[in-house]
Design a protein around this ligand. Sequence first.
Ligand code: PLP
Length: 434
Amino acid sequence: MSNPSDPSELIHRHRTVTPSWLATYYAQPIELTHGEGRHVWDSQGNRYLDFFGGILTTMTAHAQPDVAKAVAEQAGRILHNSTLYLSTPMVELAEQIAELSGIPDAKVFFTTSGTEANDAALLLATSFRRSNQVLAMRNSYHGRSFSTIGVTGNSAWSPTSLSALQTLYVHGGIRTRGPFAHLSDAGFIAACAADLEDLLGQVGGNVAALIAEPIQGVGGFTSGPDGLFATFKRVLDRHGILWISDEVQTGWGRTGDHFWGWQAHADAGPPDVLTFAKGIGNGLSMGGVVARAEVMDCLGANSISTFGGSPITTAGALANLRYLLDQDLQGNARRVGAELIGALREAGLPVVREVRGRGLMIGVELVGRDEQPSPAAATSVLEHARELGLLIGKGGLSGNVLRIAPPLSLTAGEAAEGAGLLIEALRRAQADST
Ligand code: PLP
């Protein structure tokens, strides 16, 4: 009988039976056993301050008591029923999300992940518009299914160029890169919109939708200026093209200033379709699509989701949402996030080219001594941070951006402690490279 807490034994078994392309950040993967608040523990008894929240899923807190209680109570009543039957938590959650979405006459379809939510959104948009032509942003990430890989512009996450969709990639997701980087914000937006118009003119015909993250997540917590999507929306509206806002990372107050990422571009009103996942379940497998009724109802055929909207996940998500709103965690993300950004900027380390972000969605872009993107520095910071008891993420086109996204309940004290640990990890990584 093998010892389940022997890390080398578990790593060996993991590498034998799981695909080689499954990403893990560390040379020696970490086995997490439990969590509380903003902390997690591994099988060796090490405690970590969690600055990545299980890839932005742990929204309120680890093992959040209200969520755990709601799940346990629901599990004692009925575990599962599929969308063939109704459950009160599913209907209540749909009502609340429809209301919160800002989309008029909204309907909600639940899925079990962000990939599936975007897949459903693409299915709806292409069916509604009777076209398989789709616009997506360069450097984007939308999931791991065949259709969502087909709209993922970040090549590191697109293992195949085959797709059921014909995708056209648009500028605008990265402010500091590409042909328009030297322009003012207003000039950048105008140039991206003109490029979009030009693209549509060249393609002709019918384009179904633009799918875009308001702030690119896997792409390195990067975005165009506020107002970009409002300007895009005016172009899209002229052509009858739907705007799908992928809020898988940016939803539920994560960005502090707004409940949804699209609200930073609010001039043109809400998107036609919004997708969500990650934070709403606080770790439970939950995603979904919100769309105007005429779009949502366009599919003529029968549809079902065996697990989407299950009583367990919707009961847990309802408790999570209630806590998030009651405690004003969006406001907390805004305040604590600003302190964290301030502390990281103040450190003034040469390895850091930029600290950017909103609320508790903070990107730290790293460069080498040659001022070029340094993925090696990012890997080194992650390892040093682990030694110091801090978990963070990384991403970006070159893999050189640290991604910081703790649970939104992060206290000011924890933010200061985490900033100190991260600055020390950055100093150590900097020393490694000299
Ligand atoms: N969309 C965005 C913006 C994401 O960041 C992700 C995952 O990181 C997805 C979609 C896919 O979500 P999931 O991993 O739940 O399938």
